[in-house]
Ligand binder design. Structure first.
Ligand SMILES: [Zn+2]
Length: 165
């Protein structure tokens, strides 16, 4: 596995300029350990050392983008739920799945309770227009405040469109 370090060093674009070589070699060591664990989990399947090196490079990019902890969780998730060694695209998918689950857990910590003035966050008002009484619904302040506090607890990069529920 010694070659993996050389492989990464030959591709300086794969790392951030600010990343120190110490940090990177520590990261690489963690990635190698993860690779060993994942390969052991799917021990019936063989991959070439070239493939393993390519995957290590892909994993290091994912780790730099999403953090090593998320990558580790994603690989664990894959090992628990899949039957085959993860291709880089599988690792990306697993990261998305883990992120989604984490966000849902955080959302679960922010149950919405409507105030006494509204119905599930909606205020229904009667307004007169052209001599006719019409009903109009608008969002209650209690729901706006709830969404703001919930959004503040979730990092922007983990937010989904459903934040505007
Ligand atoms: Zn309300």
């Amino acid at each position: 596995m010694e070659q993996a370090g050389m492989f990464l060093q030959q591709h300086p674009g794969s790392g951030k300029v600010t990343t120190t070589s110490t940090k990177r070699s520590k990261l690489l060591q963690e990635l190698k350990t993860l690779m060993q664990q994942v390969r052991a989990n799917f021990s019936g399947q063989e991959i070439t050392s070239e493939t393993a090196l390519f995957w290590l490079d892909e994993w290091s990019l994912l780790a730099e983008t999403h953090g090593i902890d998320l990558l580790r969780d994603a690989l664990r998730h894959h090992c628990r739920t899949q039957r085959f060694l993860p291709l880089p695209v599988d690792v990306s998918d697993a990261i998305a799945a883990v992120k989604k689950r984490k966000v849902e857990e955080r959302l679960g910590a922010f149950p919405y309770v409507a105030c006494s003035r509204c119905i599930d966050g909606l205020l229904v008002e009667e307004i007169e227009k052209d001599g006719v009484m019409r009903r109009q619904a608008r969002e209650c302040d209690c729901k706006k405040q709830w969404r703001a506090s919930r959004n503040a607890a979730i990092p922007p990069r983990n937010r989904f469109a459903r934040d505007d529920d």
